[in-house]
Write a protein that binds this ligand. Structure first.
Ligand SMILES: *Cc1c(COP(=O)(O)O)cnc(C)c1O
Length: 449
């Protein structure tokens, strides 16, 4: 990997985590920032790059989070920085709907080319993942003239009103924030580890339930779109069994229902392909992207079949900031980096290094019920010991997570039951930091489990 200028790629602890200067800032945070905005690990970051976050106390932490799968190309990645610096000096905003600019068009062209399928496509740019999902729903409804949207158990699609309706988990995303948007329906997810009759029956039975519930409770002719994350993110890195997505996609096509793949977390090389849909060889009608798209700048997109995307009346889509030129420049720098450094391959290499380690850890610690994920989107699900009960253990998960933080490894949790530890290292992380991070995780299990 390319060395990151300026930041030594080494974990280094100078103070307790968090240190005194972080603690001071955190006290100010509590007095200035809404309590509704909480932080997983209150170390205040000053600089970051490669696989390292440097905090205000001079500690260097290993990053297994990428700011939730955003800095896939690395923090302050050289080509992103270069493009952003040039763009910000040229102009910062005109509003694409008022007087447009080339960078927006170039990002749309890149998305149309990179996303699955060689049919004609169009894209529209937005600011956040939730906004992209909302617009995918608007587009699907406008094209089909139908109201209903079908989402899955354990789904996460965002925190705005419509996307809260699509998101499955109550706490913390929906609690006390209702009422939610209507015409959203939920069906079971193919979750192999927790499938009642066992993983071998999961694909068939989950597909049957999907079809029968959609038919009986919604009606095909009322359904504009089915929305699914090819690998569920916040829901716990749930990987549907092979073939399941293909069957859902084919069935949607047969019934004139649009398939929206929410690739906001899985997209842009994270899972070892440009998009996770490719692994299952599905070609969604619409794809939502954000997170990894622009190396940390806020940008999101809907990309889809030209006839679907063009069905919307002029002026029906947009927003003041959507496709901001600086964010577009960052996306072009990020995409260039993914191509030239073959980051999809890097994600597959990370999987090949990390998964065997996690499996060995699971052999030693029966609390690890499942190891799953793909590419550099990997997770372990924690349960209370061996046996068929598979009782989620969110307390142990929180304990291991905290032990990693104390040792200078930034990890994240996930899962409907709060019992999943997820690993999303930047693809710019050097191998030795990856290994050191896994050593810390192992140590945390030895001490806590
Ligand atoms: C993060 C995420 C979103 C929401 O994106 P925001 O930019 O936080 O609005 C939607 N869908 C998936 C799959 C996500 O991971």
């Amino acid at each position: 990997m390319r060395p990151t200028p300026g930041i030594e790629q080494r974990r280094m602890l100078r103070t307790a985590i968090p240190g005194p200067r972080s603690a001071e800032l955190h006290a100010r945070k509590s007095a200035a920032v809404s309590a509704g905005v909480s932080t997983g690990l209150p170390v205040y970051v000053e600089r970051a790059g490669g696989g390292i976050l440097v905090d205000v106390d001079g500690n260097q932490l290993i990053d297994f989070g990428s700011g939730i799968a955003v800095t896939t190309v690395g923090n302050a990645a050289p080509r992103v920085v270069e493009r952003v610096q040039e763009q910000v000096a040229d102009f910062t905003h005109t509003c694409f709907m008022v007087t447009p600019y080339a960078e927006y068009v170039e990002v749309a062209e890149a998305l149309n080319e990179l996303t699955p399928g060689d049919h004609e496509k169009r894209s529209a740019l937005f600011n956040s993942g939730a906004e992209a999902v909302e617009n995918a729903v608007k587009i699907a409804r406008s094209y089909s003239g139908r109201p209903a949207i079908v989402a899955f158990d354990h789904a996460y699609h965002g925190r705005t009103n419509l996307t809260m309706a699509l998101t499955a988990k109550n706490m913390p995303y929906k609690h006390r924030f209702g009422p939610f948007a209507n015409e959203v329906y939920r069906v079971p997810m193919a979750y192999p580890y927790r499938w009642p009759t066992g993983p071998d029956h999961c694909a068939d039975e989950a597909f049957e339930l999907f079809v029968s519930q959609l038919h009986a409770q919604v009606g095909e002719e009322n359904t504009a779109a089915v929305i699914i994350e090819p690998i569920q993110g916040e829901g716990g890195f749930i990987v549907p069994p092979p073939g399941y997505l293909k069957r859902v996609a084919s069935w949607c096509r047969e019934n004139d229902i649009l398939l929206i793949a929410d690739e906001i977390q899985t997209g842009f090389c994270r899972t070892g392909d440009w998009f996770a849909s490719e692994h299952e060889r599905i070609v969604p009608d619409l794809i939502t992207t954000a997170k990894g798209i622009a190396g940390g700048l806020p940008l999101a997109a809907v990309t889809g079949r030209a006839e679907v995307m063009d069905a919307v009346h002029g002026g029906g889509l947009g927003g003041t900031y959507g496709g901001n030129p600086v964010a577009c420049a960052a996306a072009l720098g990020a995409i260039e980096t993914m191509k030239s450094d073959d980051l999809a391959r890097r994600a597959r290499d990370i999987e090949a290094m990390v998964v065997p380690r996690l499996r060995r850890l699971a052999d030693k610690h029966s609390e690890i019920g499942d190891v799953r994920g793909r590419g550099a989107m990997l997770a372990i699900e924690l349960v209370t010991g061996p046996g068929p009960a598979k009782t989620p253990d969110p307390a142990l998960t929180a304990k291991i997570n905290a032990a990693c933080h104390t040792a200078g490894l930034v990890t994240l949790t996930a899962g409907t039951y709060g019992n999943v530890l997820r690993f999303l290292p930047p693809l710019s992380i050097p191998d030795d930091l990856l290994v050191e991070g896994l050593d810390i995780l192992e140590q945390a299990f030895t001490e806590s489990a």
